[in-house]
Structure formats: C-alpha cells, structure tokens
Design a protein around this ligand. Structure first.
Ligand code: HSE
Length: 299
C-alpha cells in the first residue's frame, strides 16, 4: 500500500530495545535491529491522542517554547506493549522530530534526560538513544557495541502487558540474599558485554527482583527461560516488563526459538511470534526515506 506520508522531509529511526536482561532491573538495556520510524506534522490530530499530547507538551515546556499542536506519524515494526520498548521509540522519536523541525541538531544527553522523565525509567530510552548495550545511570551511561555474532531470539506472545501494571506487582522491599544474587549476576553480565565475551555471562541471568513477581502475567515464563537455556542459549529472560521472552545466543537460534514457543504454548499462550534479531549499534538516527519494510504501527 502506498504510504500517505511519503512527502515528509525526514523520519526519526528508533530501535526496539530489551531492558533488564534478567537481573539488571532498571539498569541494563540493549538495542535491536527492529525499528520504528517517527515523524511529526504541525496541526491538530484527527483523533485526540493523550500519549502524543503529553510528549508535545513536555517538549514545549523543556524547550521553553509556546505550545503548538502536532500530529504523530508512526511507521515500523516494533509491536506495542510487548516489552520491546515501543513506547520509548515514540517518546524519543517525537522529541527528536520536534527538535529537528525546530532546526536543532540531535542533542543526545538532552533527549535521554527528557524522554526518561516521561518514561519513568531510563533503560529503554538510554539503549534506544545510544544503541548497543548500556548500563544506565548518571550523565554518562556505560555503553558497549554488541557483536554481530550475537543473536537475540524473541518469543513474542500475542498478549499485551502494561508496564504500569507490571511495576505495580513489585514489592516495596526484597530479601537481602535476593539483592545479593542480582548484584552478582548483573555485574557478571555487564563484564561479559563490556568485554564482548558473551559466553562468560552463561548462568548469570537469574533474577529475583522482578521476574518472579511478574510471572503471573506470562504463563510459562520460567519454563520458556529454562527451555531456551537447555537448547543452548547463553541466557534467557523476560524482556522489559514482558510479555516477550528473550534469549541470547551465538548459535542454535532455531532450536531455542522452538523450545521457547513450545513452553509458552504448553502454558496456554497459543499465539507466539518468534523473531531472530541482531543488535542495533547506531541508536536514534535521522533518515530521509522510509524503508519499504516499515509499515503502519500502532502507538
Ligand atoms: N525496567 C523497566 C521495567 C522496563 O522492567 O519495568 C519496562 O520496559
């Protein structure tokens, strides 16, 4: 189908992301080669869109500009509400598009700060902005590019999870030993990614801070994780707030995808899409043309 927005002068290309990587809750993120393309047009939206309106409002406040209405245009392949950072692509993409329309160059630290304030947690936004693997926090997140040898097998159930609901399930405090396990595991994962020695993270993806509390939202989660690791994955985990289950591997991606899907089917999730992805090491980009693979995405 011919896109009605081919006349737009530029698009902001923003990668999907996977946050947490198991134990690195609200701290780790990585960017994937699956993108949304965001543009804005001056003018009031045909249908009121509170999500986009909040971003436009935050933009004007942060830049000290008088408020004006804009329409959001999204084309791309990042499925919404699946734990793949779709909302981050739109928040970041809209802020970048508004800046570009106002003749500013991409200002990555400002974009990260402003989009994170809207999102409420930094992991998806930081990874989508910088690309690669990130450890968030402070003005200077740690970042490493990710080898093209590393594959990400995403088992994406056709159910939606709200991040707000998934966060509301978390306890106000956790046991000391659970915190220690997460600390140890997340340090091992960071060391493995920063040194590009991914095999060294094998056995370090167990989490006790959020996945156990969110398991009720994704039937078969624990079984899918164990099945992926048995089939050869370096590690597997709930992607962000879910429901996607993500496995990391250097080989055996088909067997890993099948093992995860089987476990999720067994638990009653009948419809599961499997994608084998690689990393995006570029982060947010301004592009002139929309690739033919991009299609309409819901925001
Ligand atoms: N770190 C966030 C969470 C990511 O797990 O709630 C949400 O995509």
């Amino acid at each position: 189908m011919k896109s009605p927005h081919l006349h737009l002068p530029f698009w902001i290309r923003v990668p999907a992301t996977s946050a947490n990587l198991g134990p690195g809750f609200d701290a780790f993120g990585l960017a994937l080669d699956l993108h949304n393309y965001i543009a804005v047009e001056p003018g009031a939206p045909e249908v009121p869109d509170p999500f986009a309106a909040e971003i436009v409002d935050a933009y004007h406040k942060a830049r000290g500009l008088a408020s004006k209405p804009y329409r959001l245009v999204v084309r791309g392949l990042v499925p919404p509400a699946r734990g793949l950072g779709s909302s981050a692509t739109i928040r970041l993409g809209m802020l970048a598009a508004l800046d570009k329309l106002n003749k500013r160059n991409l200002d990555l630290p400002w974009l990260m700060e402003t989009a994170t304030a809207l999102e409420g947690h930094p992991d998806n936004i930081t990874a989508a902005t910088l690309g690669g693997f990130v450890v968030c926090g402070g003005q200077k997140p740690a970042r490493a590019k990710i080898s093209s040898k590393l594959k990400f097998v995403a088992a994406i159930p056709r159910i939606e999870t709200s991040t707000r609901t998934a966060r509301s399930l978390l306890p106000p405090s956790v046991a000391f030993q659970d915190a220690v396990l997460n600390l140890r595991n997340s340090a091992r994962i960071a060391a493995a990614f920063l040194q590009e020695k991914y095999e060294e993270a094998r056995g370090a993806f167990a989490d006790r801070l959020h996945q156990p509390y969110r398991a009720a939202l994704v039937p078969g989660l624990e079984d899918a994780i164990q099945s992926a690791e048995k089939a050869g994955a370096i590690g597997a985990f709930l992607s962000g707030a879910g429901p996607t289950v993500m496995a990391i591997c250097l080989k055996s991606e088909s067997a890993i995808g099948q093992a995860m899907t089987k476990a999720l089917h067994k638990a009653g999730l009948e419809s599961v899409d499997t994608k084998v992805l690689h990393a995006d090491n570029s982060g947010v980009q301004v592009v002139r043309f929309l690739p033919s693979s991009a299609r309409e995405a819901r925001c």
